[in-house]
Design a protein around this ligand. Structure first.
Ligand SMILES: [Zn+2]
Length: 184
C-alpha cells in the first residue's frame, strides 16, 4: 500500500512492507520513497523524514546538478564510442586472457542510464553506457577493468575488489570521476 505524505517540507511516498526498519531513498529523479513496517506509527515515520530534510535536500540538489550536466553534454556518436570502448577492452584483455579461457567477450555500447557498464557471463558480453564515452579516459578504463573483473568474480565480493585493486591500484580516484560527472 502506498501513500503520499509530507513532513518537514519533504514530500515522500510511503510504502508499508514486511521490513524491520525504516528505509529512506532519494531517487535519481529527486523523488523520495520511504518503506516502513506495517506497525510503525506515522508520527514516527514523519519525524524520521523531517529530521533528515537537510540531507534529503542536498541529495536532491546533487541529482538535479547531475541531470543538468548530462543534458548539457550531448551523447557521443555510437560507432565512435563502440570502437573506442572495444580498443580499451583489447588493451586490457591480456591481463585477463591467461585466467579466462576463450576469446575476449563481445563489446557493446547501450543507451543505459542507471549503470556505467554490465557484464553477462551467459552471453559473454560486456556492455558500456553510451555516455561513458563523454567521461575522462581514466574513468572509462576503470569501468573496463571493473566489468572484465566480473569474468573472474561475478559479484562485488571483497575478492572482486581486491582483483580490481591489484590491476588498477588507483581505481578509487578513477571511480570518483564517475560520481562527480565532471570532465576535467
Ligand atoms: Zn560490477
Amino acid at each position: 500500500m502506498q501513500q503520499q505524505r509530507h513532513a518537514g517540507g519533504v514530500t515522500f511516498t510511503l510504502t508499508r512492507r514486511r521490513v524491520k526498519n525504516l528505509n529512506l531513498r532519494v531517487r535519481a529523479d529527486g523523488s523520495v520513497s520511504v518503506s516502513a513496517p506495517a506497525s510503525m506509527p506515522v508520527g514516527v515515520i514523519d519525524g524520521f523524514v523531517a529530521q533528515r530534510a537537510g540531507w534529503i535536500a542536498r541529495a536532491q540538489d546533487r541529482f538535479a546538478r547531475r541531470r543538468a550536466a548530462e543534458a548539457a553534454r550531448p551523447l557521443p556518436d555510437k560507432g565512435e564510442a563502440l570502437a573506442g570502448m572495444r580498443a580499451l577492452c583489447e588493451a586490457w584483455w591480456p591481463c585477463f586472457s591467461g585466467r579466462c579461457p576463450g576469446p575476449m567477450p563481445a563489446v557493446r555500447v547501450c543507451d543505459m542510464h542507471t549503470r556505467w557498464g554490465s557484464c553477462s557471463l551467459r552471453t559473454r558480453t560486456v556492455c558500456f553506457a553510451l555516455r561513458l564515452w563523454t567521461m575522462p579516459h581514466a574513468a572509462r578504463e576503470y569501468v573496463v577493468v571493473h566489468e572484465l573483473c566480473h569474468l573472474l568474480h561475478p559479484d562485488h565480493s571483497p575478492a572482486f575488489w581486491a582483483e580490481v585493486g591489484r590491476l588498477m591500484p588507483d581505481y578509487a580516484a578513477r571511480r570518483a570521476l564517475l560520481r562527480t560527472g565532471e570532465t576535467p
